[in-house]
Design a protein around this ligand. Structure first.
Ligand code: NI
Length: 183
């Protein structure tokens, strides 16, 4: 089922999300709905708070980047109760967008490599090292479960320039090609 995407201004995006109960019988359906919602909106990642669930859960599929970064693995991964244990390397800028911030694309500084522990959709616990586009997408989604969005990481000047666009999103004036919920 395609779910509405909660956009900038909705308080759920600002909450520190809670752990997922691994015995929750609705978990499988929730994950399926998140993938369906993400693909419908042409996203490469979607976190549970973005569909109105304040849970430590996100899904990613880096396949659309394969065309531009042929040397990188295209991966589809479900992250349940993840913890980023290390972030390494020098921060660098990369242009990011977000389904909760339609029509905003900005360079965001992040480190290039991470180690993350998580449960996959079969509830196997894993620890993996990620670099490149995957490390970028994962850190972006991880911010969502910590109550952050990428514009938080921009300079105060950049934030000032984006003020109007952000308020248009928060007031429901910005209409992307998918269903949104702003309050
Ligand atoms: Ni996002």
């Amino acid at each position: 089922m395609i779910l509405p995407i909660y956009v900038y201004g909705h308080p759920i995006l600002r909450r520190q999300a809670a752990d997922v109960s691994l015995t929750d019988e609705n978990l499988k359906t929730l994950i399926e709905d998140m993938y369906e919602t993400m693909y419908h909106a042409n996203g490469v990642g979607l976190a549970a708070p973005q569909i109105g669930k304040s849970l430590r859960l996100f899904v990613i599929d880096s396949a659309p980047y394969k065309e531009f970064y042929p040397n990188e693995d295209a991966r589809k991964i479900t992250f349940i109760n993840p913890t980023i244990t290390t972030r390494t390397g020098e921060e660098f800028p990369f242009n990011e967008g977000c389904l909760s911030l339609p029509e905003i694309h900005e360079d965001v500084m992040r480190q290039p490599a991470i180690d993350i522990t998580y449960f996959d959709e079969t509830l196997n616990q894993k620890t993996e090292h990620f670099e490149g586009v995957l490390a970028r997408i994962i850190q972006h989604e991880y911010d969502h479960i910590e109550g952050m969005v990428f514009t938080d990481k921009l300079s105060s000047l950049k934030k000032m320039i984006l003020k109007r666009k952000l308020s248009d999103i928060a007031t429901g004036k910005t209409k992307p090609g998918y269903k949104i919920k702003n309050q």
